[in-house]
Design a protein around this ligand. Sequence first.
Ligand code: AMP
Length: 287
Amino acid sequence: MELIKTINDMKVLSKAYSIEEETIGYVPTMGALHEGHLSLVDIAKKYSDKVILSIFVNPIQFSPKEDFKKYPRTLEGDLELSKIRGVDVVFYPSVDEMYPEGFKTDVQLKGISSKLCGKFRPNHFNGVTTVVLKLFNIINPKIAIFGEKDFQQLVITRKLVQDLNLDVEIVAAPIVRDSDGLAMSSRNIYLAPEERKSALSIFKSLKEAQDLVRNGLIDSSTILKRVRCIIENEPICNVQYASICSNETLDEIYTVNGSCRLAVAVLCGKTRLIDNIQLDPNEKTDR
Ligand code: AMP
């Protein structure tokens, strides 16, 4: 497995793959790898000849008050896990490499970026679309794998690719959970044991909502009330938003007639957790 730190070296290798007609499957991450990230690697391996995984904690998607500085950085372990899982190249650029002095571009996707998480993290998705477009241009992948865990990010990336006619196919990967249901996240290490226990209410509420829909309840506001009630029954959990929305536009849906998403953000103590689940009155069992 190769470790590449400069944009130039990454471009040279990507060109070489292209000349050899070897397709690239790309997995963008911020590191502190866990089974959720590695499941994306498995998908990339299945559909491409070479797998490139990037590790970059992207400063421009954090607000000054957020956790950029304390975000977990575990390069040695990440390299080990990547190697074991069959990653061919880890791209690990520095902040200066990605944003040299004088960098001025801001890629903005209007509308979708200001919904859900965008309401609470105003410039977050501009940072995401800017770095994703840069990384796609550097790596030139045939496919890129994004987790449904960050559902809004997945939807935004799909739209970016469509709007800008990018030559990359976006593949969605299902959410990987711990055995107790908590969605895996690099930020879960911030949770004290009691907070982690309380955080289980999030998936519990999503599952209950899914069951309610399967049993014929289609009124979103009733479902959302139940979701909030289950989560906030845990004194340290505060719902930042709970939304039933379109899979494509993230527009609010008031009556659940077909497939849509229930998405939540929850403050569990000081840690912000996001999760989501598909709702579909016509689907009686899990996919
Ligand atoms: P991050 O390192 O948090 O930026 O995540 C990198 C990629 O891994 C994103 O596409 C995430 O959606 C995906 N990912 C993170 N956690 C999970 C999970 N529990 N299940 C599936 N994908 C995940």
